[in-house]
Design a protein around this ligand. Structure first.
Ligand code: F6P
Length: 319
């Protein structure tokens, strides 16, 4: 049996540990592992090769993905999807492990509606925004990268008595910003999932400043598009000299944390075992309440991720 793996969309720390476990586990099961290089683009172009142990030696500690990734416009065209399917057939690939986020899951749902493609998705995105799982590969590393950056910013903010607006990634999802705000004790947090209560924040901050607060940290999710507005508000209404730091792509890199490595191993073994046991499968694995569970891809793609209530509740300390 030939099984393949690909990384698609934004890379996430933990992808390399997943690739290593994939190769090791598939060989251990007596089957043949293949790499699809450069995501969906590579699948269209037939950039598919058998993987060997040497390919994955010494990669556990590296962020990114040694086989590359891509966001593919061509995949929207059914002709290219047929070409991609034919490339899988050329190598007699019977199942694919998909490391990616919702865009990749959607792409594989569409592909498997048109062609008999078996696949299992492993949620992999720093955004942590996939329905049906509490955890996506890479989010733990990203949170630690952001936490470290915010700790550094706090040093200079407190020295200069300034306010800082720190913008985090996450697309439409505020998970990274919300968890960072809690972990860093930020005074302000703005995420798309909650209405930012300027009035309450203003009276809270003004009271604290009157009692000696010297600096302010505001964590703002990119999805709110409020970074500049909050900067202006901190300057004009709160009266603080304010700087903006857009963290950008540093959040996507870095050596995967222990949690992201171990989770990558667990997800991957399950994905491979599922592909070997099932002749027809179009599912994604999720991690919920401490266990791994699978869901049909159509259900995952139709659902909408919600930040857990306890996190949203805890953020109300900012009100
Ligand atoms: O989905 C991961 C992510 O890093 C988002 O948080 C961000 O909005 C987007 O990708 C950036 O995409 P690109 O790397 O294509 O600029």
């Amino acid at each position: 049996m030939a099984l393949a793996i690909l990384c698609s969309g934004g890379d996430a720390p933990g992808m390399n540990p997943a690739l290593k476990k994939f190769v090791d586990h598939v060989y251990k099961c007596g089957e043949t592992p293949y790499f699809i290089y450069d995501g969906l683009e590579g699948m269209i172009d037939g950039n598919i090769r058998q993987a060997c142990h040497k390919d994955v030696a010494g990669i556990l500690h590296n962020g990114g993905a040694i086989i590359g990734s891509s966001r593919s416009k061509r995949f929207y065209d059914p002709a290219y999807r047929t070409q991609a399917y034919k490339n899988l057939r050329k190598h007699d690939i019977t199942g694919v492990v998909v490391l990616g986020g919702d865009g990749s899951y959607n792409a594989f749902e569409v592909l498997s509606n048109e062609h008999p493609v078996n696949f299992v998705g492993i949620p992999s995105t720093i955004d942590n925004d996939i329905y049906g799982t509490e955890y996506c590969l890479g989010v733990d590393t990203a949170l630690n990268v952001i936490r470290s950056a915010v700790d550094n910013i706090r040093d200079t903010a407190s020295t200069f008595k300034r306010a800082f607006v720190v913008e985090t990634m996450g697309r439409e999802c505020g998970y990274l910003a919300a968890v960072t705000a809690l972990a860093s004790g930020a005074e302000i947090c703005a995420i798309p999932e909650m209405c930012f209560n300027k009035k309450a924040a203003e009276s809270h901050l003004k009271k604290e400043i009157a009692h000696g607060r010297k600096y302010v940290l505001a964590i703002v999710a990119e999805g709110t598009k409020m970074t500049e507005e909050i900067k202006k508000w901190l300057t004009d209404e709160i009266g603080m000299e304010t700087r903006v730091t857009v963290l950008g792509h540093i959040q996507r890199g870095g050596t995967p944390t222990v949690r992201d490595r171990i989770m990558a191993f667990d997800f991957t073994v399950r994905a491979v075992d599922l592909l070997m046991k099932n002749k027809t499968i179009r599912q994604a694995i999720g991690y919920r309440n401490g266990t791994f569970e699978t869901m049909e891809i159509a259900e995952v793609n139709a659902g909408h991720y919600r930040i857990p209530d306890n996190i949203l509740r805890d953020l109300h300390y900012l009100d």
